[in-house]
Design a protein. Structure first.
Length: 117
């Protein structure tokens, strides 16, 4: 079964920000190691790195014309994603719990992938 894990950074300190400087060097290395380990975990297909939500544009079509708004659709845009081939939802949740953002102020949304066509 395939699952999509959407990573919401929330208040997670991100590399290149002032908040990241408050994270100890040891914890920074642990965060990088955790993400590297997750991308190598069996069944994981890493997603492309996403830019910051502030760089996003949200597009809707009204009366046949595109309307473009600056920013993400949700107030807290996704910071990344991955696809996981796993036996069941419990296995997907277990992997989601290993993602550093889940313990540093963010959240991971786990959704079963569906085939509609």
């Amino acid at each position: 079964m395939k699952f999509v894990l959407l990573i919401y950074q929330g208040t997670t300190p991100l590399p290149g920000t002032e908040a990241w400087k408050t994270v100890s060097a040891t914890e920074q290395k642990a965060i990088y190691a955790d993400y590297a380990g997750i991308t190598r975990a069996p069944g994981v297909t890493p997603g492309l790195p996403l830019g910051l939500p502030s760089a996003a544009r949200t597009v809707r079509v009204r009366d046949g014309k595109p309307e473009v708004r600056s920013g993400p659709y949700l107030s807290e845009g996704a910071g990344g994603y991955l696809v996981l081939e796993a036996e069941n939802m419990d296995a997907a949740v277990a992997l989601a719990a290993r993602i550093p953002a889940a313990r540093h102020g963010g959240a991971i949304e786990v959704r079963p992938a569906e085939q509609y066509w």
